[in-house]
Design a protein around this ligand. Structure first.
Ligand code: NAP
Length: 507
């Protein structure tokens, strides 16, 4: 028996560090690391010790013999990676020491001299980016960490972004939560930097500040009718079903039979899955009670995913697409409105994402017919090469006008979710690049602001899954420590206690 990595791999490579036979790839230091959707176990080299399964923070590593029917393709997917890429170049055996998450030999820059006074570092944001940075500082240095979050509960996108039925992925929150009560951590929840305390006050009480504030708003489409009632950002819908405190329980009504989702990234797939699945399957997940009630009353029978490019460019990962194909009680259909769609699917190589659509029925969808009048089946329609031009309606959305192979078409829909990506917002006291929605930086150091750093989506833009933040945090923390050693951090004027008193007073 061997092990296989499955759908919810977070790619943070915690498994690689504990594998005694180096059979998990691509590994840190290898060319493909960070470029693949997931990591893979070589079945020819796996010795079945299960160390990787114990270390996996999202429960993605499973004995191949115990894969569920939906997970079974992953045995072949793991093996296929090694057939395609050949034997990965060998990595030298590394002594990882006591730090379970270390990948390799620490770089010179990241090692603080033994007599170096512990740093006091504030981290703004308790999502994965902030927590990987905290973990790095706490496990590799004697730093004291002040965790700050504007919301009353920690977790960021783990709590309010990861889909509620992805319970294994949400489990990584437990790994991070161990650090909330670390003896060198002080956490301030419900504290907004910018309104309760200023960036300057936070900086004045710490040696360094790391901003891990993510991308707090949605990208805009810039088309007429975008703000009609019934047209909402998918990010808001996601926040609604995850019980975000700033989204009202009645913010979403599922009274339409058809929903159009603009975009086909993983957020689009998440919202399509939640809308189309049998709500009884969500019982026992992390879904908000108010959302589950509304989903039980839902009239939605069809979800249309609009992709402006072809199936070969679908933004979702193959793993999430595969999971959607296995959703009980839900049919998938590809809208055959444009000959380029079928051509791309038929021409796709076996390892390419578009090949996953090969066994999905194609149909020239007639939008004048309401979705399944009997109301028994639900379906998800993939419509490629179709760009939204206008949201139409008077008091509420009535239809989405979109391009198509046979010209423009109106797709009747009472709800549209714009899943075209997140966007960073300016952070008070920090420079901001309007074009990219990020804070300008050099290897994590904010341009022109000594002692201030960024990590995660506010640093590199809103893409990449949870594990990408680990690599991103390693770079930022490395820069911070190098600056500390080189004497480039401004001296704080206030102490830890003074900051905690200030925070308590202002909140
Ligand atoms: P995304 O992956 O960037 O997808 C955005 C989608 O919107 C793409 O289909 C894009 O099309 C489309 N789009 C952008 N601008 C558009 C426009 N003006 N008109 C029409 N379509 C437009 O963003 P996301 O889905 O928000 O995901 C963000 C990141 O979080 C991704 O890295 C994702 O993998 C990750 N995530 C992962 C999971 C998971 O692992 N389960 C779940 C949620 C999110 P083009 O491709 O043509 O630009």
């Amino acid at each position: 028996m061997t092990f296989a990595i499955t759908q919810n791999c977070c790619t943070d490579a915690a498994c690689v560090a504990v594998c005694p036979v180096n059979c998990i790839h691509p590994a840190p230091g290898e060319r493909d690391f960070g470029a693949t959707e997931m990591l893979y176990i070589d079945p020819a080299a796996c010795i079945d010790c299960g160390a990787c399964a114990d270390a996996c923070p999202v429960d993605a590593v499973r004995p191949a013999e115990e894969l569920t029917p939906a997970q079974q393709p992953y045995a072949a997917i793991n093996a296929a990676y090694f057939e395609r890429s050949g034997q990965p170049e060998p990595r030298e055996a590394v002594d990882h020491g006591p730090n379970f998450h270390a990948w390799g030999t620490p770089d010179f820059e990241r090692v603080l001299p033994a007599d170096f006074a512990p740093l006091r570092v504030a981290i703004v944001g308790t999502g994965p980016a902030g927590m990987y940075a905290a973990e790095d500082l706490l496990l590799h240095t004697r730093s004291q960490v002040t965790l700050v979050d504007r919301l009353p509960a920690p977790g960021g996108l783990i709590r309010y972004g990861v889909a509620p039925d992805h319970l294994a992925t949400k489990r990584i929150g437990e790994t991070f939560a161990r650090f909330h009560t670390h003896p060198r951590v002080r956490m301030h929840l419900g504290l907004d930097v910018g309104s309760h305390v200023t960036a300057a006050e936070l900086a004045a009480h710490h040696d360094a500040v790391i901003y891990a504030v993510g991308a707090a708003t949605d990208r805009r489409l810039g088309i007429p009718g975008e703000d009609l009632p019934g047209s909402i950002a998918a990010t808001r819908f996601v926040a609604w079903y995850n019980a975000h405190p700033e989204v009202a329980p009645d913010a979403v009504a599922l009274s339409a039979d058809r929903v159009v989702v603009v975009g086909n990234g993983n957020v689009a797939l998440d919202v399509a899955r939640i809308l189309a699945c049998d709500p009884t399957a969500l019982t026992g997940t992390a879904v908000a009670g108010h959302a589950l009630d509304e989903l039980r009353r839902s009239k939605v029978r069809e979800v249309v995913l609009l992709g402006r490019r072809g199936p070969e460019h679908a933004a979702c990962t193959g793993t999430e697409l595969l999971a959607l194909k296995n959703l009980p009680g839900v049919d998938l259909v590809v809208d055959d409105h444009d000959p380029r769609v079928g051509t791309a699917i038929d021409a796709a190589g076996a390892a390419q994402k578009a090949a996953l659509f090969r066994d999905v029925p194609r149909e020239a969808v007639d939008w004048s017919t309401p979705p399944d009048p009997s109301g028994q089946r639900r379906r998800i329609v993939f419509r490629f090469h179709s760009e939204p031009l206008e949201m139409r309606g008077d008091e509420n959305l009535r239809a989405v006008r979109a391009t198509g192979g046979a010209g423009e078409q109106e797709i009747p829909a009472g709800l549209a979710l714009r899943a075209v990506g997140y966007r960073g917002v300016p952070q008070s006291g920090l420079p901001f690049d309007e074009g990219s929605g990020t804070v300008p930086h050099e290897r994590g150091r904010v341009t022109g602001l000594p002692g201030t750093y960024v990590v995660g989506w506010i640093k590199r833009g809103p893409s990449g899954g949870i594990g990408a933040n680990r690599r991103c945090a390693a770079e930022t923390v490395g820069t911070l420590l190098a600056d500390a050693v080189a004497g480039r951090l401004p001296a704080p004027t206030g102490g830890a206690r003074a900051f905690h008193r200030l925070a308590r007073r202002r909140r």
